[in-house]
Design a binder for this molecule. Structure first.
Ligand code: UDP
Length: 365
């Protein structure tokens, strides 16, 4: 069968691209290596009836009106403001750092107005490169070494298994520093979890007469038989080019799910463990979904270097290598690369969808 477009991958990048093309009258095939839709956003109910995120917690947040409107065509969202606590020195304290974190950890009865001066003193007593050259420098230049050592250093080493001085400054921009008492992890205008779940949301996105879906099939096994005017590739960038310049690094996670016979386990959806235990964080899904049950399911995350690629690794080697692949990717206009893996960028879900909109609009010009 002939298709106008072949989309590789059925996560947010692939499904939204397929839908957008289908609504323009194109016949689209989605081919997905995994056995299910929704890529790494996949969720399902476990044997206790609790909705869990198969590949770790996904909290949707965006300031993009068009992305929000698009998704709301397919599902309502449960409005949920994500909160994270960090387990530090035996206390559960707010993270990102805010006024209450400082009060709890340093026993300083500090007002919001005094926070700036507090950080300034911490920074003055610290050493770092200025202007900042890496992840550590950025964080220390904002909050000083004491806070960096307690909240960031060991979490980052656990997560990336490298010296934080080898990681790009960009990584630090994901986490704000607050002088006020705002506990929210994200401050975007729209935040929430799809009421029907991510998998059903994606099922609805691809439910269109012009879209066919082939699951459990690796594009590279069928590449020769799948010619189309438009290819949308959402898999790993280096794999598309047969690793011709070398392998990009990805990080993965071992996810351990447990169900406890108690209503609640921890005070917030996510608790980070920068300094204790081998896991980086524990997620308790019911906080996000609002489900009611006498039991509760948790997910422990143990970072690792092999397995499903979840994260890109932002160090200089990968950034240089990515540049080479990006240049290669520009050469063939009938293939577009979208998403965290294909663009090798640490995108959030909404950024991926925005990329789809922008890249498909650019094609029409
Ligand atoms: N981070 C940290 N301490 C924390 C949480 C995050 O040092 O308690 C750093 C760490 O390097 C992490 C990065 O900030 O990889 C980004 O964190 P985010 O919560 O955005 O990670 P994700 O949810 O994408 O896994």
């Amino acid at each position: 069968m002939r298709f106008d477009a072949v989309v590789i991958g059925a996560g947010f990048a692939g499904s939204v691209a397929a839908r957008t093309l289908a609504e323009k009258g194109k016949k689209v095939l989605i081919i997905e290596k995994l056995k299910h839709l929704a890529g790494h956003c996949h969720d399902c109910r476990n044997e206790s009836g609790i909705m869990t995120h198969t590949y770790g917690p996904h909290i949707f947040h965006t300031n993009y009106q068009d992305v929000w409107d698009f998704l709301n065509r397919f599902s309502e969202f449960r409005l949920y403001q994500h909160k994270v606590l960090s387990y530090v020195e035996g206390n559960f304290v707010p993270f990102p750092i805010n006024r209450d974190t400082i009060k709890n950890i340093f026993d300083e009865n500090i007002s919001v107005n005094q926070m700036e001066a507090f950080f300034k003193t911490e920074v003055r007593n610290s050493s770092f490169q200025n202007p900042p050259q890496n992840f550590r420098d950025v964080v220390v230049s904002q909050v000083g070494e004491r806070i960096y050592d307690l909240f960031y250093k060991n979490y980052t080493i656990k997560q990336w298994q490298v010296d934080p001085e080898e990681l790009s400054t960009e990584l630090a921009n994901r986490i704000p520093i607050r002088s006020n008492r705002d506990y929210r992890y994200f401050t975007d205008r729209y935040q929430g979890i799809p009421k029907i779940g991510y998998t059903k949301l994606v099922e609805k996105i691809v439910d269109h007469q012009n879209i066919s879906v082939l699951l459990n099939a690796d594009y590279f096994d069928y590449k020769m038989d799948l010619q189309a005017d438009q290819i949308v590739y959402t898999g790993e960038l280096d794999r598309y080019f047969d690793y011709k310049y070398g392998k990009l690094e990805y990080r993965s996670l071992k996810l351990e799910f447990t169900t406890e016979k108690q209503e609640w386990y921890q005070p917030s959806a996510v608790v980070n463990y920068p300094n204790d235990y081998d896991w980086t964080r524990i997620t308790e899904f019911k906080h996000m979904t609002g489900e009611i049950s006498n039991t509760t399911t948790l997910c422990y995350e143990y970072p690792k270097s092999t397995g499903e690629p979840y994260y890109i690794v932002m160090n200089q080697r990968n950034i240089n290598l990515r540049q080479k692949y990006w240049e290669e990717a520009q050469k063939d206009k009938h293939v577009i690369f979208i998403g965290r893996l294909a663009q090798y960028q640490y995108f959030n879900m909404d950024q991926v969808i925005k990329e789809v909109f922008l890249k498909l609009q650019a094609l029409e010009k």
